[in-house]
Design a protein around this ligand. Structure first.
Ligand SMILES: [Zn+2]
Length: 431
């Protein structure tokens, strides 16, 4: 994995902070339903940075023990550290300096509680059962995999193996995850999950709930550009008022339309949708957990956001602005596909946070970002032209990580129009 998209080595308090290249994370999450206690254990296999230094990873749980290459360290030697990018952006930094390019194993044991991150949800203990969801978000720092399992920043791709163990109950549970690699023990309550090695910390979806509280439908849809049909798993919590057959029909229509308009499906052999109550929506690689009104927006993200992924958190504005512009999102003030002249005398807007360790998508992506795409549609001579330009960008970058600079270069090359004044003012906030 290229470290060129990672934050550069940063010296703070005389320590050089570097990001590792994570190769594999093996984690076990144990939930005891009777005592309502949970613990986690993870082994992180990584190569140290391109310069010697103290490595930065993240985990938003209370660490109880740490071992580096088999040697015990104090939990304080892997404590949260302020990198100067604002509230909530701290990373755990190892107290030991590691040689450039050296390979290591870091083992971490921790209690599993409500993650220490804004907006994080608690573990859902129910009577004799567990309701669990990774419940990720782009909007606050520390809301990806690092809420539950140690993880690097989102430029890094790594193999992720997760064992789930549910004890202290006698109720069957259903697990929905966006990987074909799920083995469940015949005795129940144990699952072994292998997520694809091209996933990043924002990719994995995982939902667990008592089976008698879940409706689940399986079907398939033939997609243009795919030889085999795509499996479709659609589930809901029983208290959620949703017609799953209707959701399934809509999902098939959107999946087909997006394949035709923007390019082939970029993920595995199944799309997973877990339908939640109002106000909820999150995208994963070929999957979503969402309320019914958000489903179209979240399916779109399997092309833009999780098909083409943001290279860094700062690039996350692209997929929220573009998805909101292109879908019937209730978050936007404008109708979809709007093309509106955007003069260069409006107040500057920063959609791309400048700090190297910034880790959130500004909420302005859903409003000012949509206005920017409406302005580009106007400049390009219509929304259909902008959509074709973005379809080509998707096809060139599908399965890859894309940057804000890279998108600007593509749009300029495609259109022959100098968009840099709009980019400077309405992406980078330069007046
Ligand atoms: Zn979105």
């Amino acid at each position: 994995m290229s470290l060129s998209l990672a934050p550069p080595p940063t010296i703070i308090d005389g320590r050089r902070i570097v990001v590792p290249d994570v190769e594999r994370v093996d984690a076990t999450l144990r939930f005891d339903v009777a005592s309502r206690e949970a613990v986690g254990e993870a082994a992180i296999h990584f190569v140290a940075g391109e310069m010697a230094g103290h490595l930065a990873l993240d985990l938003r749980q209370p660490v109880e023990w740490v071992r580096l290459d088999g040697n015990n360290l104090s939990p304080d030697a892997f404590a949260p550290f302020d990198l100067g990018a604002g509230p909530g952006t701290e990373m755990r930094v190892l107290d030991v300096s590691l040689e450039a390019g050296s390979s290591h194993n870091l083992d971490v044991g921790y209690r599993l509680e409500t993650p220490r991150a804004e907006g994080a949800e608690p573990i859902g203990w129910t009577d004799g059962g567990l309701r669990f969801d990774l419940w990720m978000s782009d909007l606050q720092p520390g809301r990806y995999l690092e809420m539950w399992i140690p993880a690097p920043l989102i430029h890094d791709r790594f193999a992720l193996n997760v064992q789930i163990e549910l004890a202290g109950h006698d109720r069957p549970h259903t697990l929905v995850a966006n990987t074909a690699g799920v083995d469940s023990a015949a005795s129940g309550g144990r699952w072994s999950l292998c997520y694809p090695a091209h996933f990043t910390a924002l990719s994995p979806m995982l939902v667990i709930a008592p089976t008698d509280q879940v409706e689940l439908r399986r079907s398939s849809v033939g997609l243009p550009g795919r030889e085999r049909s795509l499996g479709l798993v659609c589930a809901r919590h029983l208290e959620v008022d949703a017609d799953l057959a209707a959701c399934e029909a809509d999902l098939k229509a959107w999946l087909t339309y997006l394949s035709v308009r923007y390019g082939p499906w970029a993920h595995g052999d199944t799309f997973w949708a877990f339908v939640w109550g109002p106000g909820r929506g999150m995208e994963y690689d070929g999957a979503t957990t969402a309320a019914v009104p958000a489903l179209e927006h979240e399916v779109f993200h399997s092309w833009f956001g999780r098909g083409v992924k943001p290279a860094r958190a700062a690039d996350g504005w692209i997929d929220e602005a573009w998805t909101t512009w292109a879908t019937a999102s209730q978050r936007s003030e404008e109708p979809r596909f709007s093309a509106v002249d955007l003069p260069l005398d409006r107040p500057p807007v920063e959609l791309y946070p400048q700090h190297a360790w910034a880790r959130h998508t500004p909420i302005a992506a859903y409003t000012d970002g949509v206005r920017l795409f409406a302005g580009l549609a106007y400049l390009f001579g219509g929304s259909d032209r902008l959509r074709t330009a973005m379809a080509e960008w998707y096809q060139l970058n599908s399965g890859r990580s894309a940057t804000t600079d890279g998108l600007a270069a593509h749009l300029e090359a495609w259109s022959g129009i100098d968009i840099s004044p709009w980019w400077a003012r309405y992406v980078h906030g330069r007046g």
